[in-house]
Design a protein around this ligand. Structure first.
Ligand code: ADP
Ligand code: ASP
Ligand code: MG
Length: 406
């Protein structure tokens, strides 16, 4: 017997027949002997419509609290419809909204982008476990939370995905199934490029990066709660079958959920190339990287600005790289000169929590400044920060950064 958390996005409950089909798919799994929890979004574009309506009626006078209460009507409605549809198929269901004592998702008081209080939510999930053990299917509003004064909050647009993985984690579910309007995760948005191909599986890390860069198919914060033991997938509502295949989300693998700081074992050399007209030349970076790749030289970092490109290679390769790039600079009209800098140490800091942690770069760099450690270069992405400091400062910088992240 599996515990399945099934999340239905707006399109998958977009009209009466879709709601019936979705409810039937839940009942089918229940009849196989599984336990189910439903998380449901507002039907179709109800959230957008409610926002538009209130903007038209009230305009700028609307408070965030009022906006959250109005937006919530989408999920308050769809949860009632979904629970009634399950009951009409002969299985007991109960809609759970933030007005219900059994409501589990507890947040801070931020009305529109509320932060989840994980510990309290975890405890509150006991009420949901009780319902499940009585054979009742809880139908829980996605996207909504309950603030400290019992007020309705929302956890950010598209937040039902977060609700699903959060509950999956707290209920120790075996499966989280995201039901949406595409076959799964594709090579790109299929509504933008028709030839997009379905991926059989994708890792938590890849999915998180894709989502933080705008792939709407899953909320970027949802996977924060993805337990390695939970199997998760994204499927199409058209299948009407929760056991159908879509894209499996694998991982996270051990250590991936943790903050890690590491110092690369060998010194790294920095080569800076300058040229006034650099931006006018197409394919300059391609020429540079193929010049090094053809000579088996690995690039550890690269950044391009208006008048300069900096490349980081291992010290053992630096002389060769320096000479190769020098010949290239001489042949290339838009480039004028290059220099080989001192040895640097490369420190990589990775944490999935960086996505929603403001000020992370200043937290990391402030102690370095206080200790007179010069940063030669820094680059950051959604989940990683890479710093290059003078080689002699590497160990000290590593210790200071570890201290900050404790
Ligand atoms: P739901 O309402 O079910 O949460 P969303 O509209 O939020 O659905 O997400 C599904 C949409 O994500 C798809 O209709 C598609 O346009 C978009 N999308 C963006 N990138 C991708 C991708 N790489 N693979 C699949 N869908 C994608
Ligand atoms: N209904 C909410 C929205 O449109 C939440 C969701 O669909 O996940 O943003
Ligand atoms: Mg969505």
């Amino acid at each position: 017997m599996d515990l399945i958390v099934a999340k239905f996005g707006g399109t998958s409950v977009g009209d009466g027949s879709r709601i019936r089909k979705a409810a039937q798919s839940v009942v089918n799994e229940y009849m196989k002997g599984n336990q189910l929890v439903v998380v449901v979004s507002a039907v179709n574009n109800a959230t957008d419509e409610l926002i538009e309506l209130s903007n038209e009626a009230i305009g700028g006078g609307l408070t965030d609290k009022q906006k959250a209460e109005i937006m919530a009507m989408g999920e308050l409605t769809s949860s009632r419809l979904f629970a009634a549809a399950i009951e009409s198929l002969g299985v007991k269901a109960e809609f759970i909204d933030p007005y219900n004592d059994k409501w589990p998702v507890i947040t801070d008081s931020n009305s529109l982008n509320a932060k989840i209080d994980f510990a309290t939510t975890d405890k509150k999930c006991e009420g949901i476990k009780n319902l499940i053990s009585q054979g009742i299917i809880p139908v829980i509003c996605g996207f909504l939370g309950k603030g400290p004064s019992g007020e309705i909050t929302t956890i950010g647009r598209g937040g039902s995905d977060v609700t699903a993985f959060l509950l999956g984690h707290c209920l120790s579910a075996n499966n989280v199934v995201i039901v949406t309007d595409v076959d799964g995760v594709m090579s790109t948005d299929p509504n933008k490029i028709e030839e997009a191909e379905l991926l059989d599986e994708i890792s938590v890390e890849e999915m998180r990066d894709l989502a933080t860069h705008g792939a709407q198919v899953l909320h970027p914060h949802a996977l924060k709660y993805k337990d390695p033991l939970i199997s998760a997938k994204i499927i199409n509502f058209n299948n009407g079958d929760l056991s159908s295949e879509g894209t499996k989300i694998t991982g996270p693998f051990e250590g991936d959920m943790l903050k890690t700081v590491s110092l690369y074992k060998n010194p790294i050399s920095v080569i800076a190339i300058v040229g006034e007209e650099m931006l006018k030349k197409v394919g300059l970076l391609a020429d540079l990287t193929s010049c090094l790749a053809e000579n088996e030289i690995n690039i550890f970092g690269i950044s391009a600005g208006q008048n300069s490109i900096t490349v980081f290679v291992e010290k053992k390769d630096s002389d060769k790289a320096y000479h190769l790039l020098h010949s290239w600079v001489i042949d290339e009209d838009v480039l004028s000169s290059l220099s080989l800098g001192d040895d640097t140490a490369m420190i990589t800091v990775v944490s999935p929590e960086f996505i929603d942690e403001p000020g992370i770069i200043s937290n990391i760099t402030n102690p370095l400044r206080k200790n007179d450690i010069n940063i030669v270069e820094i680059s950051s992405s959604q989940t990683a920060v890479v710093l290059f400091v003078d080689w002699k400062d590497g160990e000290k910088a590593l210790e200071l950064i570890k201290e900050v992240l404790k």
